[in-house]
Design a protein around this ligand. Structure first.
Ligand SMILES: NC(=O)c1ccc[n+]([C@@H]2O[C@H](COP(=O)([O-])OP(=O)(O)OC[C@H]3O[C@@H](n4cnc5c(N)ncnc54)[C@H](OP(=O)(O)O)[C@@H]3O)[C@@H](O)[C@H]2O)c1
Length: 329
């Protein structure tokens, strides 16, 4: 197939491009040219907001839109490509869902922006804007579009460092502050598994909306995988009430990434992806994701992470934790 990827050079899009190329498809990327060009793909340069000339006078079997955040901007490419592509696949997010609605299925209520003309993409507006983007795609491509709603995506080239924090921290060794209890849960989706499903959905012209999230994993399993892969690190478990009292921030995935207090986590980590699994989504083992992220992270040297506690903050908290436990015993 001839596949156009709007974006495609950073992380999720990059895995989608690599997966499509591996499966023998011809891939064209469209981006501003600020990130690295991917070998094997044709690259077109332009800006989604107002500079789509490079997409004119071309046709593709399908487009995968990885970089749409604002409905007005998504409409530009969706309208321009309407008679140039067969299928439109839009990458959305589970942030479209209202909170506290677990289990989260594709039918769960989505957030509505009070001001649908807002264009600033931030914590308050990200999910609501994606809802509007999805609607634009479904309006212009009725019966020939799919919408993908992934949870936190993990894998090599992840620019957010949310998953990477944990293999990095265990690799560094010593005592590692870990939130909650070993039976607390979290979810993620490996970028390669997600990419395989998105490309599959295009190949099969799947329509409709699909969540993408692993089955819930426990923090105990994450710790065990990190220890096995890195051969180091000793967890110091800290209850969430104590962490909150120390003003350790769970959001926006800041201090101990992937951790949400259990009341929020029960909802956010209750994402059901049965529909996508029935249509072909598969999951590689957690340990494999940890291993690959760790291997990739090692190639980055000592580049500081964009999220998580600093070493000083973490060791101070571990000291406080130990002192609190000594007082209790
Ligand atoms: N990371 C997560 O955990 C997560 C979770 C849920 C959903 N998502 C969704 O996944 C997508 C993000 O994936 P990604 O950033 O890894 O994708 P990506 O496709 O690998 O990278 C973003 C691409 O968009 C291009 N781009 C950005 N602004 C552009 C513009 N104005 N015009 C043309 N091209 C533009 C960038 O290249 P240039 O900079 O060169 O233009 C780059 O190629 C988003 O839709 C996000 O909502 C992510």
């Amino acid at each position: 197939m001839d596949i156009l990827v709007l974006g495609g050079t950073r992380f999720i899009g990059r895995h989608i491009v690599e997966t499509a190329l591996t499966k023998g498809h011809k891939v064209t990327t469209f981006s501003r040219g600020q990130s690295r060009h991917l070998e094997g793909a044709e690259s077109l340069t332009g800006d989604r907001d107002g500079s789509l000339e490079a997409l004119r006078n071309r046709t593709w079997d399908a487009v995968i839109d990885v970089s749409g955040y604002v409905p007005r901007v998504v409409r530009q490419s969706a309208e321009l490509l309407a008679d140039k592509v067969g299928h439109y696949s839009f990458i959305s997010t589970i942030s479209v869902y209202q909170e506290a609605t677990a289990p989260i299925t594709e039918e769960s209520p989505v957030t509505e922006l009070q001001d649908p003309t807002v264009e600033e993409v931030g914590g308050e507006t990200y999910g609501g804007l994606k809802v509007l983007c999805e609607r634009v795609v479904n309006e212009i491509y009725p019966a020939r579009s799919s919408v993908h709603r992934p949870t936190i995506v993990a894998g090599p080239f992840d620019p957010t460092d949310r998953f990477t924090y944990w293999p990095r921290r265990f690799r560094q060794g010593g005592k590692v502050l870990v939130p909650g209890r070993p039976d607390y849960i979290f979810q993620y989706i490996d970028a390669r598994d997600f990419a395989l499903f998105v490309v599959h959905s295009v190949e099969q012209s799947l329509t409709g909306t699909y969540n993408a999230a692993t089955l819930p994993h426990t923090w105990g399993a994450l710790v065990a995988a990190c220890q096995k892969v890195t051969g180091s690190g000793e967890p110091v478990w800290a209850e969430e009430d104590w962490l909150m009292a120390q003003e350790v921030r769970p959001r926006p995935w800041s201090d101990l990434p992937l951790w949400l207090p259990s009341d929020v986590g029960r909802s956010m980590f209750g994402v059901r992806s049965d529909k996508a699994q029935a249509a072909g989504l598969q999951f590689r083992p957690l340990e494999k994701t940890v291993r690959d992220v760790n291997d990739w992270d090692k190639t980055r040297g000592h580049e500081p992470l964009k999220t998580g506690l600093t070493a000083e903050q973490e060791q101070e908290l571990i000291g406080l934790r130990r002192a609190a436990q000594d007082v209790q015993s």
